[in-house]
Ligand binder design. Structure first.
Ligand SMILES: Nc1ncnc2c1ncn2[C@@H]1O[C@H](COP(=O)(O)OP(=O)(O)OP(=O)(O)O)[C@@H](O)[C@H]1O
Length: 545
């Protein structure tokens, strides 16, 4: 744990300076009000308060309690609201960063685990940065206030008490060192349990089919056990610290009472002052206790959120945005292209591959399974860059910077099209949300008619606004394909890649899709990845991998 770890997390609240200031001001008012209470006890026990004030004591007390309670509610509301804003903004930043990560980055991570981290780890940060931090600042104010008040009441007692402070600081440092790695492991273990739960729920049909109930439950049970073990270690460390802290509180209280009674006998302290002193001491210890809890939570959070901050700090694996609006058109050529997946450097998929795909013609790519047909499409789509050689579009070399531009001219229809769990219209043009403009609606309907998708969409309960649950599970393979074709038509591509696009469909559905395809493919450069004889027979060119 170093300084920058703290600063990095504290920076998250920087955009909300005004709100923090307002919430802190209210908190300080409540803290000062709380500090006045033991002093009042001193006045009343020793009979120092004026008689008039004494008479209205109940009224003032009631008023103070009402104001104090109201301000506490406002303080709670302000800090919670701040927390929600901070954490939502943080999640948005992570989401944005992730969307721009490369395909290789996603090959190396587990999406379910990441989703769990984005929720659980950021929630922890929210609590630590706001509610707990507010309590800590309040506790610091009260502790300082109590120490000042205690010195004004009795310097002798306070000097004795000062000896406790180094012990407290030492114990807190020790705790920090112990908790941080423990909580990092705890969060890792929690993310793993979520990963297994996601896998099991996602594959529930497979589990039913092969009766894998026991083994699936066991997998979840084992990761949950590892999580419990890690969590137990963290809370044990905190519990030991709490025990030590309580010992410190009670032994100091007893020592103060014994010493205080001696001072009363020597007439250097009054009963009211001792009562007030003990109240301040109790208050200071309670505040120190909440400070210690905050510190434990903060250190816990530092460890737990390290993964997310590393993700934000890592500038590698990021795809650049489109640098210009130019459309790349022309023949596509692979010049001495070599490629292996970054996570499998030992397996070369292509070595010095040279192929040409002519503009405006249909090229079929065929060959045995695993020979790299889909990989070739992924290279063309720029999901991965060649490890050697180059891909030319006309006279332009496709590199990291130009890939986003090239994607504006290319559409990809795959065997299992990706569907978002939102409405059909949002699956076609995400910017439409639920209130598309008449122009957007016309474009969508026209594309869906060409894709033979309009009729079945109209028959759905809410037409284009029907929500697709669970990434399109209630749609048939053919329906999803037709939506994907409509999506491609809306993109107005120059190049269309069709990857085994009818292989999962029955004959009737294949005919509907082929018909829809005609509307998409007119005057386009078409690349069909297929084993089908009819595709091969109708192609202008054939590339065998
Ligand atoms: N993301 C990836 N990371 C690592 N290896 C991968 C990745 N995707 C594919 N591969 C490997 O690359 C090789 C080529 O895969 P690819 O999907 O391109 O083959 P294909 O010819 O399209 O096969 P099929 O006809 O079965 O679809 C395979 O050995 C596969 O295991």
């Amino acid at each position: 744990m170093n300084q920058s770890d703290h600063i990095q997390r504290l920076k998250l609240i920087a955009p909300y300076k005004k709100e923090v200031f307002f919430a802190l001001s209210i908190m300080l008012v409540t803290a000062v009000a709380q500090l006045a209470l033991p002093k009042l006890v001193n006045y009343y026990v020793d009979g120092l308060a004026p008689a008039t004030l004494f008479a209205s004591f109940h009224l003032y007390t009631l008023l103070a309690i009402i104001v104090f309670s109201l301000l506490s509610a406002v303080r709670f509301y302000l800090f919670e609201r701040l927390g929600i804003k901070v954490v939502s903004h943080f999640r948005l930043t992570i989401h944005k960063t992730l969307l721009h990560k490369t395909a290789s980055y996603f090959d190396a991570i587990n999406i379910a685990e990441l989703a769990s981290r984005i929720n659980a780890d950021t929630q922890m940060l929210k609590d630590a940065l706001t509610t707990s931090a507010a309590q800590a600042i309040r506790a610091t104010t009260i502790t300082i206030g109590c120490i000042i008040m205690m010195f004004t009441l009795s310097t002798t007692l306070s000097l004795v008490l000062l000896f406790c402070i180094p012990t407290f600081i030492f114990a807190t440092k020790l705790l920090s060192k112990k908790i941080e790695p423990l909580s990092e492991r705890e969060q890792d273990a929690l993310a793993k349990t979520n990963k297994i739960a996601f896998d099991n729920l996602n594959g529930h049909t497979l589990i039913k089919l092969y009766s894998w109930f026991g083994s699936s439950q066991n997998r979840y049970h084992n990761t949950t056990q590892s999580y419990i073990t890690c969590a137990k270690r963290t809370i044990s460390a905190i519990a030991v610290f709490q025990a030590f802290f309580n010992f410190l509180i009670f032994s100091s209280l007893i020592i103060m009472l014994i010493l205080g009674s001696h001072l009363i006998k020597q007439n250097t302290l009054t009963i009211g002052e001792l009562a007030s002193y003990v109240l301040y001491l109790g208050m200071a210890f309670t505040s120190l206790n909440s400070l210690a809890s905050f510190w434990a939570e903060w250190v816990h959070t530092l460890g737990a959120t390290r993964y997310l901050f590393q993700l934000l700090d890592n500038d590698n694996d990021v795809e650049p945005l489109a640098q210009s609006k130019r459309r790349f058109i022309g023949d596509i050529r692979f010049r001495d292209v070599s490629f292996y997946y970054p996570n499998k450097p030992e397996k070369h998929i292509f070595e010095k591959l040279n192929i040409q795909i002519k503009q405006g013609q249909t090229t079929v790519i065929s060959g045995p399974s695993g020979n790299g047909k889909s990989t070739l499409a992924k290279l063309l789509l720029g999901y991965y860059l060649p490890t050697n050689g180059e891909i030319m579009i006309g006279n332009h070399s496709l590199n990291k910077l130009s890939i986003a531009c090239f994607r504006k001219t290319i559409a990809y229809v795959e065997q299992e099209p990706i569907m978002f769990s939102s409405s059909i219209i949002e699956n076609l043009i995400p910017e439409a949300t639920n209130t598309p403009t008449p122009d957007q609606m016309n474009r969508v309907i026209s594309a869906c008619k060409k894709a033979n998708a309009h009729d079945f969409i109209e028959q759905l309960p809410d037409g284009y606004f029907t929500q697709i649950c669970d990434r399109g599970n209630q749609l048939s393979g053919g329906q999803k394909q037709r939506i994907a074709i409509a999506r491609a038509i809306l993109h107005e591509p120059e190049v269309v890649i069709l990857d085994e696009y009818t292989s999962a469909l029955d004959i009737e559905n294949q005919q509907v899709i082929e018909q829809a395809m005609h509307n998409l493919l007119v005057n386009k450069t078409v690349i069909i990845i297929s084993h089908k004889q009819e595709h091969i027979a109708n192609a202008d060119n054939l590339i065998l991998l």
